[in-house]
Design a protein around this ligand. Sequence first.
Ligand code: HXC
Length: 259
Amino acid sequence: MTYDTILVEQRDAVTLITLNRPQALNALSSHVLKDLSAAFAAYDADPSQRCAVLTGSGDKAFAAGADIKEMVDKDAADFFLQDFFSGWQTGVVATRKPWIAAVNGFALGGGCELAMMADYIIAADSARFGQPEIKLGVAPGMGGSQRLTRAVGKAKAMDMCLTGRMMGAEEAERAGLVSRIVPAAELLDEALKDAALIAAMPPMAAMVNKEMVNIAFETGLAQGLLTERRLFQILTATEDKKEGMTAFVEKRPGVFKGR
Ligand code: HXC
């Protein structure tokens, strides 16, 4: 399948998705959302694909936000009636298999929010994160006020949302927004290396691990612990659990089927 605003390629079991509007700093238009939703759905549905990486084309930006030119003439009724931004939840966040955001350059507004939808973020040393919507007279609309606060705490989230300032890669790592920083020239290789590592894991276990961590993000401790235990118990019924543990005992690498 071909797309207008993104590039998608499969590298063995890893799907690489690249936002491809470099002339607009990969701004996230409705068309981008439509393309990304289709690409993530195809990734989720393809049993040969076990991890994905999302990055931005050009070295300047991961994504500089929702497309301001698309929003400038819309009024409140348009946003409400189109339930603007709701598609990010159903089209991107709902992806059940793991994916990593490889953030190069600007990740602002919706770009920062999109990166935070990933299971984790690897940042280039050039990465800059921010929620500058306040400068446009609005506020985050794709989860930024919620996910950023959960990721970095109230003080820094307030600071970012109220001042609209950008945060560099080192500050983002210190604050817990990104898992690690790599030199910009090595970003894609590093992210693809992680993805290949994850792709070699038992796929159902990868999906369950993802679901468990997300539950920690979204619910209280008692509910989270119960859900963790139940999901763990379900995983023990898989063929890959038998293979993984048998392979350990027999001192050989496991070969996983995804069942
Ligand atoms: C549409 C964008 C864009 C955006 C950049 N461009 N960001 N187009 N939507 N979010 C376009 C510019 O118009 C320009 O195209 C081209 O990309 C290059 O951008 P420049 O501004 O010329 O580059 P530079 O001077 O290097 O500045 C980079 C920048 C700046 C600091 C990242 O572009 C910027 O501040 N962008 C907006 C960041 C932002 O406010 N994001 C949040 C959006 S709101 P042309 O063809 O014009 O030269 C959001 C959620 C909203 O994400 C929720 C509300 C409901």
